[in-house]
Design a protein around this ligand. Structure first.
Ligand code: 6PG
Length: 252
């Protein structure tokens, strides 16, 4: 564990921090950012999605304002994590995205690469790693997303890598089985091998409940290295934070 905690902590490139009046404005601007990024690619665009309340607003913004802005057939949807529940369970990250983005935009099934939360977690973590290797373009031999979208938990977790399971970040596998520290719920999560290999990583974080962690992570204060989100930075790419004023309140 000591090795992990002593990860090199200086960012290869300083993260860009974008602060917005509120989460509605953040969702609108991030939708524009997503569209601009996707339009820069002539061929297919590969995005790794997150669960959470802020991504949900982003999906609703895309569905309501951008049905015609983009050739949606070029977007390939994957996830950074999924709860080990059926796809129609209210806990399902896929289920939330399907309701708020895929159904409204009539996204084709073959563009949606969901983590099968209903399957055996260990078997599914291996299967999804194979799916990533099969479909996602590579860099350094590993899947490289055009964009990875992440949230930040109040405990500093991101995707489904929790502070008490920091070793999962650098497990050497593409996907791991995680356990929610309170509920004991099993989850499948991508590891830093994939997340940090992305061309663009964007954290979407809102609300005053995140202000302390955002400040500890961005100002590299106190025990910041114990928070998985602190270890997310692209090996060769750009890291951006999209946060609202509430979450930015304690940044120095
Ligand atoms: C999940 C997410 C998780 C989420 C954070 C923040 O499956 O729950 O992947 O990492 O992004 O918990 O969630 P909120 O944005 O809802 O606070």
């Amino acid at each position: 564990m000591a090795d992990i905690v002593n990860f090199k902590t200086d960012f290869v490139m300083e993260p860009m921090i974008n602060v917005f009046e509120n989460k509605q404005q953040l969702a609108k601007r991030f939708a524009d950012f997503f569209i601009e990024l996707a339009q820069q690619k002539d061929d297919d665009f590969f995005v790794c999605l997150s669960g959470g309340s802020t991504p949900k607003l982003f999906f609703q913004e895309l569905a309501s304002k951008h049905p015609e802005t983009l050739n949606w057939n070029k977007i390939n949807f994957f996830w950074g994590d999924e709860r080990c529940v059926p796809p129609d369970d209210e806990q399902s990250n896929y289920g939330m995205t399907n309701e708020n983005l895929f159904l409204p935009l009539k996204i084709k099934q073959e563009k949606i690469h969901r983590i099968r939360g209903e399957e055996s977690p260990v078997r599914e973590s291996s299967r999804y790693a194979e799916e990533l290797m099969h479909y996602v373009p590579k860099n350094f031999g590993f899947p490289r997303f055009d964009l990875v979208i992440l949230g930040l938990g109040q405990d500093g977790h991101t995707a489904s890598i929790f502070p008490d399971q920091l070793h999962l970040l650098i497990s050497g596998r593409l996907c791991e089985v995680a356990t929610h520290p309170e509920s004991g719920e099993k989850r499948i999560t991508l590891t830093a091998t994939v997340l940090n290999n992305a061309e663009n990583i964007a954290f979407l974080t809102t609300g005053k409940s995140k202000a302390k962690k955002v400040s500890e992570i961005l100002n590299q204060k106190k025990d910041f290295q114990h928070y998985p989100a602190s270890h997310i930075r692209p090996i060769d790419g750009a890291l951006q934070w999209f946060i609202d004023k509430e979450a930015a309140k304690q940044i120095e």
